[in-house]
Design a protein around this ligand. Structure first.
Ligand SMILES: [Zn+2]
Length: 104
């Protein structure tokens, strides 16, 4: 992907946080991919984690193995199945217990 870098700062207009986020989205996301939900009342690190999880880009054991690092891919918490992003955050029985406590 090519991006152009201005040769001088004369023609650069003032920009906002929103315009930077939209610019970063346009560089890094396909039009069908998940957009960043930048909610001001949620801490930035939580927003960023949710965005990465939605793209399946968190370092789950499954994703680490996809990078060529071979390791035991069973879930660290329950030990029963493949530790994927989906399993870690939703399907694992320990994650389910946390979600149940948060929602009740
Ligand atoms: Zn598990």
């Amino acid at each position: 992907m090519e991006t152009s870098i201005p040769s001088s700062t004369e023609n650069i207009e003032p920009f906002s946080d929103k315009s930077i986020k939209e610019y970063l989205d346009s560089l890094t996301l396909k039009s069908t991919e998940l957009k960043i939900l930048w909610l001001k009342w949620i801490p930035l690190k939580v927003n960023a984690f949710a965005w990465r999880a939605g793209l399946d880009k968190i370092p789950s054991k499954e994703n680490i193995q996809k990078c060529g690092i071979y390791l035991d891919t069973s879930c660290t918490l329950c030990g029963y199945t493949l530790e994927s992003t989906d399993h870690t955050l939703i399907r694992c029985k320990f994650a389910s217990e946390v979600w149940n406590k948060v929602m009740n």
